[in-house]
Design a protein around this ligand. Structure first.
Ligand SMILES: Nc1ncnc2c1ncn2[C@@H]1O[C@H](COP(=O)(O)OP(=O)(O)OP(=O)(O)O)[C@@H](O)[C@H]1O
Ligand SMILES: [Mg+2]
Length: 233
């Protein structure tokens, strides 16, 4: 068993206004993200699932505890290593429109990734076209703006943008709950296929128990006193 990312005794407390009492959101969260596997995360609304996803992705600091990427505490990474970690652990949100700039075409949105991929324009274009096909879209779509496309297509675009970075981990935060059932089923199947092809690890956050069971190799429950694995196959 090889793990890509480990959380060790994470505590998270949001600091409210000065001198106001601090409220711990959760304490003592320890978990392991295995290579090529899906860890399902359930928990009631407000339990801190999205916050935990952001902590895993390096988007939100911890109050205490350690996030380890490939065995190394992310706080001890140098700026170059930290940028690499951030590119390798990506987060996909429920609402793709919020992640895609409405003022830019899909082509420009994907082209902006060159800052990270550092590929030549020609190689970047090739990667874009390959990835667009990989997520089941046609390259005609590159000329459109996100607001001209359906939620399901935008979610595939959001996924393409993530895949172009060749991540090892994707945190999927309710990725299909805003979509109709048949689109939801197609995207979930696509995610499963991509995981097998590319050995990506997923953290799958959802309220929908049936969907979490279908997607996950292990499932855990997040509550204020920690994270407990409740099912494992
Ligand atoms: N930046 C922030 N500053 C202060 N409090 C925050 C911040 N972000 C989230 N919270 C609070 O932390 C709690 C957990 O939020 P979070 O969004 O992580 O929960 P969740 O489990 O994802 O909920 P849901 O199932 O509704 O998506 C909420 O009470 C929220 O108001
Ligand atoms: Mg949430």
């Amino acid at each position: 068993m090889s793990s890509v990312l480990n959380l060790e005794q994470i505590n998270k407390t949001f600091v409210l206004k000065k001198n106001k009492p601090r409220l711990p959101l959760f304490t003592e969260v320890t978990l392991e993200i295995e290579k090529g596997k899906t860890l399902g995360i359930m928990g009631k609304s407000g339990a801190g699932k999205t916050t935990l996803g952001k902590i895993i992705s390096g988007l939100e600091p911890v109050t205490s505890g350690q996030v380890k990427f490939c065995g190394k505490n992310i706080r001890e990474l140098n700026p170059r290593e930290f940028r690499y970690f951030r590119s390798q652990v990506q987060m996909m949100f429920q609402d793709p429109e919020s992640a895609l700039n409405p003022k830019k075409t899909i082509s420009r949105i994907l082209n902006d990734l060159r800052i990270i991929t550092r590929l030549s324009p020609a190689d970047h274009r090739l990667l874009t076209e390959e990835t667009i096909l990989q997520v089941g879209l046609h390259s005609d779509l590159l000329h459109y703006f996100p607001w001209q496309l359906s939620g399901g297509i935008n979610q595939r675009v959001a996924l393409a943008r993530i895949l172009m970075l060749k991540p090892r981990v994707i945190v999927l935060d309710e990725p299909t709950s805003a979509l109709d059932l048949s689109t939801q089923a197609q995207i979930l199947q696509l995610l499963k296929n991509l995981q097998q092809e590319m050995l990506i690890s997923y953290v799958f956050i959802s309220h929908d128990e049936a969907v979490v069971h279908w997607m996950s190799h292990r499932i855990g429950q997040l509550a204020d006193q920690g994270f407990k694995i409740t099912s494992s196959i």
